[in-house]
Design a protein. Sequence first.
Length: 255
Amino acid sequence: MKNLQMKERMVAILEKIKLVMKNGIMHVNNHIGEKYIELLSDSEFSFEKGTIYGVIGESGAGGETISSLLSGRIISDNAGIYYDNIKADNKDIQSKGWYVGKVEYSDGIFQREISVKQAINKAIRRYNRYENINEVIQEFGLTQGRVEYKLSKYSGERLRASLAIGYVSNKIVYCFPWMNTSYFYDIILSSGVFRFFNKLKEEGCIIILPTSREENVNGFVDKVININNPKFNYILSENQYFIQNIKRDNMPDFS
């Protein structure tokens, strides 16, 4: 395997990531140009190298947003990402972060989705981390015939194939999409992607696993971050507007 010294230097450069925002409020611009506000419980989240994090919260609580920010998939107007206390720009974030499962496209003006094989070969040519694609297929347990598929057409191997592309591309922050309990067990366990977590940890990488329940990540993660989004702190049935209007108007009449 080529370029091992370069890989070790890259890992050594990044000791800690901090995501900082004012009063726990983020103004977010997503990858399709939409803008929205994300409210979180804390104003700072820290992630250290060689660590797997379970980011716990309901859908819409901010786990997906944190994963997308750390991978450069979306940007925020007022939240900063710091690498070892130095603020990173989006180009730097995208060079280190990887959103596991993202589709890869060709270069140029008229971009089109490319196959897993094309994405891996493209990364090999650019980063020289492997001699050839067969080494990658063997190391990540990919099916030879399936690498001809586009990632959007993958099923059980999708996350594993995406992880392989990110690894060949020298990424060091691996951010997974938010998963509910069913999806987490189906994707993480069935795909076998968890088998590569120790390898990534040993090389100083950071892994982010956003999911709905802490029980989902027991045995997988080193640290748990509970988002505790304030907008989920209230029970609908205890809301005064609900009690005075909705609940009252829909109560059955037993008289």
